[in-house]
Design a protein around this ligand. Structure first.
Ligand code: NDP
Length: 400
């Protein structure tokens, strides 16, 4: 039984909050605190009466460390679950440090003016968190998140060493719009318009955006075009999984999405450089976000499935071995259960699980840890219990 402060009330937070409320034996009380309090109040109203979890709400600007400290001191949570945007990570980590409170997030810190995914800013808190005797669990979504847990599980139960990992993220959902993003459009477009990269033989190999394309026949989904991207878990898995020679990350995109993105890029709409517009500075990408469909509105329209997983190749008892772990999630099933599509669902469920394992002390730090540094078994069990059952294959199709 514990108390969680959840910061942010967007697509991912909404799922995590539904799941905390389903799991009221663990989450006896939550506080939903976000920039727009009306969203927190609307969710509280929807969930109250369906759960034993006590729900409170608050307005907070998560970039205001003093306000966060005051909120944490008042509510006294066992864990802070950060489901705002990556820009807020360090401010929330500072407030947790000041109040000696455990911290969990789903995405690594990014400075607002540089689209660069790196753990260095958050890893710099390691010693301070150790000294304070608290834990920061980094990246408890699906990717990063479940992908790291899958890697730790594969290593613990199936391999002596893992040499190759391919992370495959397929969203075969169709929302019927010519162009929309499935999570925060600003964060999504920053991610996919950046250069790609993969980790090989101890160093990064950089590629142009969407330069490397493969077609993969995803179980329960079928063949899809997928493209190599940089992704934050490559950095931590490259260090934490012994024997690794190469890790790559691929994500599927449909042709309509890519054609629109290319056009938006060509006209400058995806730029994060501020421009002068009618006497005011605006960031083109933030303006674009304002005109695109809100990802939260895609829930009722999105049909189809996601399939996200990892293919591992390595050695067991001196022999070569291949192992594929993945989850298939249905957009409409998610919508029926929690009113959100599968991209928010596959992130919100692991966010709840990570917060639960830190809150109830199953996972203990202290320090700043990536998810694959913990025992994967309780997390794998919880995935089956809380809506993201995993499947395995010992003879999967490989990616060349
Ligand atoms: P949304 O844009 O839907 O939600 C973000 C929420 O944070 C909104 O409620 C927003 O408030 C709030 N917020 C933003 N800035 C502040 C601030 N300064 N103070 C307080 N609240 C603030 O995003 P998503 O739910 O799609 O994504 C949430 C996080 O999940 C992101 O960090 C994203 O990168 C991560 N993610 C991780 C994935 C994974 O697999 N690991 C996959 C998908 C997402 P307001 O309502 O006022 O806008």
């Amino acid at each position: 039984m514990g108390k969680a402060l959840i910061i942010g009330c967007g697509g991912v937070a909404s799922v995590a909050i539904h799941k905390c409320c389903q799991n009221s034996d663990e989450f006896s009380e939550i506080m939903i605190a976000s920039r727009t309090k009306s969203k927190c109040d609307a969710l509280k109203e929807k969930l109250e009466g369906t759960t034993k979890t006590k729900i409170r709400t608050a307005q907070v600007d998560a970039d205001d460390v003093d306000a966060l400290i005051a909120l944490i001191e008042e509510f006294q949570p066992d864990v802070v679950l950060n489901l705002a945007l990556p820009y807020q990570d360090l401010h929330i980590m500072d407030a947790c440090l000041a109040t000696k409170t455990n911290y969990v997030d789903t995405a690594n810190y990014e400075p607002e003016d540089t689209a660069k995914f790196e753990y260095k800013w958050q890893w710099a808190y390691r010693e301070r968190y150790e000294k304070a005797g608290i834990t920061a669990l980094l990246g408890s979504g699906f990717d990063p998140g479940v992908t790291g847990v899958f890697a730790a599980y594969a290593l613990k139960h199936h391999f002596d060493e893992i040499n190759y990992i391919d992370i495959l993220d397929c969203n075969a959902g169709d929302h019927g719009y010519p162009f929309a993003t499935n999570f925060n459009p600003e964060i999504n477009i920053r991610e996919v318009s950046a250069n790609g990269s993969y980790w090989e033989d101890g160093h990064w190999v950089e590629t142009k955006p969407m330069e490397i394309k493969r077609v993969y026949n995803f179980p329960e989904v079928g063949p899809k075009d997928m493209y190599l991207l940089h992704h934050e878990e490559l950095e931590s898995l490259g260090l934490n999984i012994p024997g690794i020679k190469r890790i790559r990350f691929f994500m599927t995109f449909g042709q309509s999405y890519l054609t629109h993105l290319k056009c938006l890029e060509d006209v400058g709409m995806t730029s994060i450089e501020p421009i002068e517009f009618e006497g005011k500075k605006i960031v083109p990408l933030q303006f674009l976000k304002a005109v695109l469909p809100d990802p939260a509105s895609l829930g009722p329209r999105t049909k189809g499935k996601t399939n996200i997983g990892c293919i591992f190749r390595g050695k067991k008892d001196g022999k070569d071995k291949t192992y594929y772990l993945y989850n298939v999630c249905d957009h409409q099933e998610c919508y029926k259960e929690v009113g959100s599509q599968a991209v928010s669902y596959t992130t919100g469920v692991p966010a709840m699980i990570g917060a639960m394992l830190i809150m109830n002390g199953t996972w203990k730090g202290p320090g700043v840890k990536n998810i694959e540094e913990f025992d994967p078994d309780p997390f794998m069990e919880a995935l089956n219990k809380w809506g993201l059952p995993w499947k395995e294959s010992f003879d999967p199709e490989l990616v060349d």
